[in-house]
Design a protein around this ligand. Sequence first.
Ligand code: HEC
Ligand code: HEC
Ligand code: HEC
Ligand code: HEC
Ligand code: HEC
Length: 242
Amino acid sequence: MSKRNIAITVALCLSIFFMANRASGNENSCVNCHEDIPRNKFIGTKFLDWEGSIHAKEGVTCQRCHGGNPSADQKGEAHAGIYNSGNPMSRVYYKSVPGTCGACHRRDFNAFKRSTHYALLERTGAGPTCVTCHESHTTRIISPKQIPMICEQCHNERRRISPQVPAHAQALLLLINQTSFLVRHAREQIEEGDQKGLQAGKKAYRMMETVRDEWHAFNLRQVQIAILEVYDMIARFLDQKQ
Ligand code: HEC
Ligand code: HEC
Ligand code: HEC
Ligand code: HEC
Ligand code: HEC
């Protein structure tokens, strides 16, 4: 394809994408009505938080988590099946949150089900749920710096719940982020036709998925073993390149 044709195709794809996004926004009564609720009211702050999130950008609208009917314009009809999060019938009741998020984040959910956190959440309600860490509407992506603040809500000396966890988790997340950067960098170095390089790139990718799984299983020992293994493999690959 010529450069000009590529440019036209890209422009066309983009405009279709934006039109599709706008159409779904217009048809969604949850978004339409909640948008007009003053942002200084409790209900309005939820829209404000959601509006700037990655979910809003990706078209994950209110009913995907809360239920209800986004094609009904009247409040009563639209709210059918929606309950306050304090009600066990609600799809966003804290114990139901993992399943609600897991409808899309299947892999993270499956890993989370293996964790002590999930077992505790089910049994006593004392374990964190997805939004304890990621928040419900801003959908924060957690930086290593934020780890102590989040984990120390429970993991601290006073409560004696594994107080060594925050420092360990922070160091590991730093290593995970740096290793993913290194993996991306290494993959860019692989030349076309370099079978060994391509194999190594694929293997690194799969190993990063394992790291991700063990992370949400909150099996820090396994995270550590897996991430050091990828790091070592990539470092050796880059050494050979020189
Ligand atoms: C015509 C306006 C309107 C529409 C349409 C609407 N809402 Fe609401 N919603 C409100 C108002 C106003 C409130 C504040 C409480 C009340 O008046 O019921 C509210 C409250 C809520 C709450 C808090 C409920 C609680 O018990 O604390 C949620 C969650 C919610 N809406 C989600 C949705 C979803 C999801 C949709 C679409 C399927 C939707 N809303 C459609 C106006 C609307
Ligand atoms: C990714 C899932 C998700 C999306 C999308 C989402 N919410 Fe929520 N929402 C939650 C969760 C979980 C809670 C439970 C309380 C909490 O953790 O803040 C909640 C709580 C609320 C509350 C407080 C009342 C209650 O039941 O606690 C309101 C109001 C609300 N959401 C409105 C909205 C509106 C309006 C939208 C769309 C603009 C939206 N939410 C989109 C997950 C979501
Ligand atoms: C309807 C599907 C859907 C639901 C339900 C949903 N998400 Fe998402 N989420 C997405 C999409 C699509 C993205 C965009 C990036 C991606 O593909 O991971 C995303 C992104 C994220 C990200 C950022 C990931 C990154 O790498 O940038 C987090 C964190 C997240 N979601 C957490 C949650 C949580 C917590 C819940 C439940 C409260 C939830 N999601 C519910 C579809 C969903
Ligand atoms: C105890 C805190 C905690 C809990 C509980 C938690 N996460 Fe995470 N999650 C993190 C941290 C830390 C990261 C790594 C940094 C980041 O990407 O935000 C992460 C990463 C993610 C990501 C982006 C990378 C990836 O693995 O795809 C998604 C999506 C995600 N979590 C979804 C979920 C969902 C869905 C649940 C519930 C089933 C959940 N998380 C439970 C802390 C948590
Ligand atoms: C809402 C409370 C809460 C939050 C927030 C929380 N945890 Fe936990 N976590 C627990 C409880 C309770 C246990 C089980 C009791 C114990 O380990 O002593 C636990 C256990 C663990 C374990 C297993 C400990 C072991 O020695 O086997 C790990 C690892 C862990 N959490 C990691 C984290 C990380 C990382 C974060 C932050 C990203 C976090 N937790 C946030 C409550 C929490």
